[in-house]
Design a binder for this molecule. Structure first.
Ligand code: SAM
Length: 214
């Protein structure tokens, strides 16, 4: 292959990578916009709030005992706690922690000798989660603003990863899983609640929904 052709291929590749990065940045911008609205209670296009949590199998008493500011922005799609028990003393990571409902429930289960870290890329969600945890005087819970495709956590520092309704929003799923494996200790596990696209859903139905989370 002539040298100029090699150069051309490289520049096309660079343009493709640049375009992918730009479209990922745009996509992240749209996600932040949407979930900022959920944090500010301005979104009603998909199930949000305490009734949604109860429908998804959370203990109704546990949900009713939480403040409205914790439950009103809950936008999970399942119940990650149904997949395994958390034990006192464990370190838990909540991927895409939103307003903090799952992190708070996890913090109560792991107790003062354990720790919970929530990571979310929407500043309004992180602010709300921090306020929620401060109001409860929960000292074993921390929230970090960040992208779960590049986790702001050390290697092998986590016993259990929980996540609810977030993986479907990630453009680079292998990268998220690689990050999960990086931060998990040997023998650790992930408890994921998420939505799946079944084969019998047509492209027309997907187009009509017009939403990532429906
Ligand atoms: C459907 S909500 C679920 C929030 C929370 N898990 C709950 O159950 O209420 C999705 C959350 O994931 C966050 N998110 C989406 N993609 C993310 C990414 N790549 N990195 C970090 N957070 C992300 C959004 O900001 C939003 O708060």
């Amino acid at each position: 292959m002539p040298k100029w052709e090699n150069k051309r291929t490289d520049s096309v590749r660079m343009m493709e990578i640049q375009t992918m990065q730009e479209s990922q940045e745009q996509f992240h911008g749209l996600i932040r916009e949407r979930f900022a609205k959920v944090a500010l209670s301005q979104e009603n296009r998909f199930p949000v709030g305490p009734e949604n949590a109860k429908t998804l199998g959370y203990d109704p008493d546990e949900i009713e005992n939480l403040a409205t500011s914790v439950t009103e922005s809950f936008c999970g799609v399942g119940n990650p706690f149904g997949l395994g028990e958390l034990a006192p003393g464990q370190n838990v990571l909540d991927l895409g922690s939103g307003a903090g409902l799952d992190s708070i429930l996890a913090a109560r289960k792991v107790g003062p000798s354990g720790k919970v870290i929530g990571v979310d890329m929407t500043p309004e969600m992180i602010d709300k989660a921090k306020q929620n945890v401060d109001a409860l005087w929960l000292e074993n819970t921390e929230f970090r603003l960040g992208d779960i495709e590049a986790l702001p956590l050390e290697d092998t520092s986590v016993d259990v990863v929980i996540t609810n309704g977030v993986f479907n929003l990630c453009t680079d799923k292998p990268k998220v899983l690689a990050e999960v494996f990086r931060v998990l200790r040997p023998g650790g596990r992930i408890q994921m609640a998420d939505i799946l696209l079944h084969d019998d859903v047509t492209p027309e139905e997907v187009a009509t929904k017009g939403s990532w989370s429906d």
